[in-house]
Every structure is written in structure tokens, then in C-alpha cells.
Design a protein around this ligand. Structure first.
Ligand SMILES: CC(C)(COP(=O)(O)OP(=O)(O)OC[C@H]1O[C@@H](n2cnc3c(N)ncnc32)[C@H](O)[C@@H]1OP(=O)(O)O)[C@@H](O)C(=O)NCCC(=O)NCCS
Length: 376
């Protein structure tokens, strides 16, 4: 197998009408709409609807979709018990992985892969994962869980349940924008995992659990936690350059840089950088200034390796500044990405063939089995 084929680069795995990427020009579109335009003009709920149903919602459709999302925000009591228990011994992404499964236990549509059942399950998962995550975190800190507020939209409610205090409009808008940028990303590792699982004709929740497991890895969604932990380890702006040089001289990777598809720029990183710049300008000055450190890192990595940031570089400090602790960053990504995963599961089920690639065998040639005495 040539090295260029390793990791299936350039291999077309499925027909898909959900998300497209032009890696040469740094363009990302959901259902044909530029992601920057969606961030500017739409809310996360509209983008979820777009991903799941194929078109932006009209006013009536959005109102109904919002009602469906609201109805699903409160999680079943048996799942609450699992969340409360896991907060004592599971890491956040372990908990998310397990909750993706637990949420199927009493799901009324769990036995059906029909499009309408899949859409209902997808809608529930979009609402349930933030509730699960916020409850887990509050229990972890020994705090009472905060019940969802039906007056708040997705992003504001997420922050409310996590912090236990009403977020500012600006903070909610920042989280809304980040959530849109996280919502889907073509045939990335976790989405591919979801589609491979869905293609066996198993259920939506099983595919989502597999996707969460794939996202957890540091080369994928886990990179946002790695970025923030790195910034904290470096500690201050004056140490960034030497740190970058040291890591690159040792031939190691720096989180938040590089991408399998984008060759010039990851458009999400450009948008997130602007969101980060404005958020840090608005906020009271903090030391260390994570945004300034990230910019310095970006400059030095580009000078040394010509690598540009990916989605995780600036999202890390933006989300950390919103109050998401480091070990919750990938879980937040998962909660946002479930919309995209679910859209891909629905698409896979609608035109399915089991995904079964092959290998380039490099093991021993055919040989005789030694008789047992000789082996002994
Ligand atoms: C995203 C990623 C997995 C893509 O991997 P890939 O397409 O297989 O690219 P490779 O790992 O083969 O990298 C190609 C070259 O760039 C270098 N490179 C890629 N990302 C790098 C990084 N973050 N830091 C330093 N060097 C990097 C590799 O060392 C390699 O150099 P070489 O050709 O001299 O050996 C990879 O860039 C990475 O590990 N990034 C850090 C983790 C991360 O931020 N993940 C989130 C992705 S959204």
C-alpha cells in the first residue's frame, strides 16, 4: 500500500449531500451554505435543522423544532442516576460515551431506523447531551444540577445549566457560534466511525457512541483539551516561542495545527480567532492572556513549519474563558457534533450498503501448521 493511501486520504467512501470541504481554498459549507454566513446569520438550532432536514427552517418549522428540542432537554431519571454515579469515577468523555448509550435505554424509537424515528432520536440527542454534560459537571463539583430553562435557547441554556447563573447575551452568542462551527465536518474520523457502525443497520445511539469514542482521541476532538493544557503548561507569552521551538526540534506535534484536508487554511480557525479576539477585548484583562499566547504560537509554528491552525487552536481558549474546564472541552465538542453525526447516520440508513473495505496483506505467506509435539 503506498504511503499516500495510508489513512484513506482521498478515498471516496460515500455519496453525501450534507457538508462539503474545499481543502485547497479553505471553504466549508453545510448543505451548500458557507459556514461563515451561517455563523453570522443563523442560530445553532437553525443549523441543526439544516443538517438534519436538508433546508433551513421556515418560521413555523423552527418553532416546532424548538418545541421538540425543549421537550427533550430533561433526561430520563434512570439516565440521571447513571450520570450522578459516573461523576464520581469517570472522566468527562468516558461519561459522555456511556451516556450516549444510556440515553437509548428508554428511547421510545430505539427499535426503529425509519427516517422519522431517526429524526426524533437525533433531535432528542442534540438536547440531551448538554443536559447530561452539565449535570455530570455539577455533580463532579458536588453541586446540585441545574434544571434546563425552557425560556433559553440552546447555547444560553447550556451555559445556564453549567454555571448556575444566567449568561450574558455575548457569552451565549459566542457559544452559539462555536457550536455551529463544531456541528459537522464531512468525513472526519468520528463521522466515518458513525457511518461504518450505522451501515450494519444498527441503531442511531450505537453509531453515536462509536463517534464519541473516536472524537475523544487527541488527534481528533481531543486536541482542544490538549491545546488548553499546553497553554497552561507554557504559562506566559514570553515563553511561547522557546516552547514551540523546543517541541518542533524534538520532532513532536503541537496541538491545534495541521489538517488532513485543509491545505491553506481551516475557515473555522479564522472565524474562531476573530471570536476569540473580540471576547478577550470585551473581558476584563486576565493574566495570562490565552488569546495573545495562542496568536504567538500560531505565528511561530507558521514560521517554523508553515502549518496553519485548525478548529481546536482558538476554540480551546474561547471555551475555557466561557467557563468550560479543560477536561470538558472535548465533551462540549461531542455535544455540538451530534447534530452532524446524526445527519450522517440518517443519510447512511437512507441509501445503505455495509462498509467493508479490504487490506493489503503483509503477514506471513501460507504455511503448514507445526504439529503440537514439535511446538512443545
Ligand atoms: C490533524 C492531523 C492528525 C492531520 O494528520 P495528517 O494529515 O496525517 O498529517 P501528518 O501527521 O502526516 O503530518 C504531515 C507533516 O506535518 C507535520 N505536522 C502535522 N501536524 C503537525 C503539528 N500539529 N505539529 C507539528 N507538526 C505537524 C507532521 O509531523 C508531518 O511532518 P513530516 O512530513 O516532516 O513528517 C495532524 O496535523 C495532527 O496530529 N495535528 C495535531 C492534533 C490536532 O490538532 N488535531 C485536531 C485536528 S482538527
Amino acid at each position: 500500500m503506498p504511503d499516500s493511501d495510508k489513512g484513506l486520504r482521498g478515498v471516496v467512501a460515500v455519496n453525501s449531500g450534507i457538508t462539503s470541504i474545499d481543502g485547497e481554498r479553505g471553504i466549508l459549507r453545510y448543505r451548500g451554505y458557507d459556514v461563515g454566513d451561517l455563523v453570522e446569520h443563523c442560530c445553532f438550532e437553525e443549523v441543526c435543522f439544516l443538517l438534519l432536514y436538508g433546508e433551513l427552517p421556515g418560521a413555523g418549522e423552527l418553532a416546532t423544532f424548538r418545541e421538540d428540542l425543549l421537550a427533550a432537554r430533561t433526561i430520563p431519571t434512570e439516565v440521571e442516576a447513571v450520570v450522578d454515579d459516573s461523576a464520581h469515577y469517570a472522566r468527562p468523555m468516558e461519561a459522555m460515551r456511556s451516556m450516549g448509550s444510556a440515553l437509548s435505554f428508554s428511547d421510545p424509537d430505539k427499535a426503529s431506523n425509519a427516517p422519522d424515528a431517526n429524526l426524533r432520536k437525533a433531535t432528542r440527542l442534540v438536547s440531551q447531551l448538554p443536559t447530561v454534560m452539565a449535570r455530570y459537571r455539577r455533580r463532579y463539583y458536588g453541586l446540585e444540577p441545574v434544571q434546563p430553562d425552557p425560556e433559553l435557547d440552546y447555547a444560553a441554556n447550556f451555559l445556564w445549566m453549567l454555571r448556575g447563573e444566567m449568561p450574558s447575551e455575548e457569552d451565549a452568542r459566542v457559544l452559539d457560534a462555536v457550536s455551529i462551527l463544531h456541528a459537522d465536518h464531512e468525513m472526519n474520523a468520528s463521522t466515518f466511525a458513525a457511518r461504518v457502525i450505522a451501515a450494519t443497520c444498527t441503531d442511531m445511539h450505537s453509531a453515536i457512541v462509536g463517534a464519541i469514542a473516536a472524537l475523544k482521541g487527541p488527534l481528533h476532538g481531543g486536541a482542544n483539551e490538549w491545546v488548553m493544557a499546553t497553554l497552561k503548561k507554557i504559562g506566559s507569552e514570553d515563553k511561547v516561542e522557546a516552547w514551540v521551538d523546543d517541541v518542533l526540534d524534538r520532532g513532536e506535534k503541537i496541538p491545534g495545527f495541521g489538517h488532513a484536508i485543509y491545505k491553506v487554511t481551516d475557515p473555522r480557525a479564522i472565524i474562531l480567532k476573530e471570536i476569540g479576539r473580540k471576547a478577550f477585548e470585551r473581558a476584563d484583562p486576565i493574566e495570562p492572556n490565552w488569546f495573545a499566547m495562542t496568536e504567538l504560537m500560531e505565528r511561530r509554528v507558521f514560521e517554523r513549519k508553515g502549518l496553519v491552525p485548525n478548529v481546536d487552536l482558538y476554540s480551546a481558549s474561547v471555551l475555557y474563558s466561557l467557563g468550560f474546564p479543560i477536561d470538558l472541552l472535548t465533551a462540549l465538542f461531542a455535544a455540538n457534533r451530534v447534530a452532524g453525526w446524526a445527519a450522517h447516520v440518517i443519510e447512511q440508513h437512507s441509501d445503505n450498503r455495509i462498509i467493508r473495505p479490504t487490506i493489503n496483506y503483509i503477514g506471513p505467506p501460507a504455511r503448514e501448521l507445526p504439529v503440537s509435539q514439535e511446538r512443545a
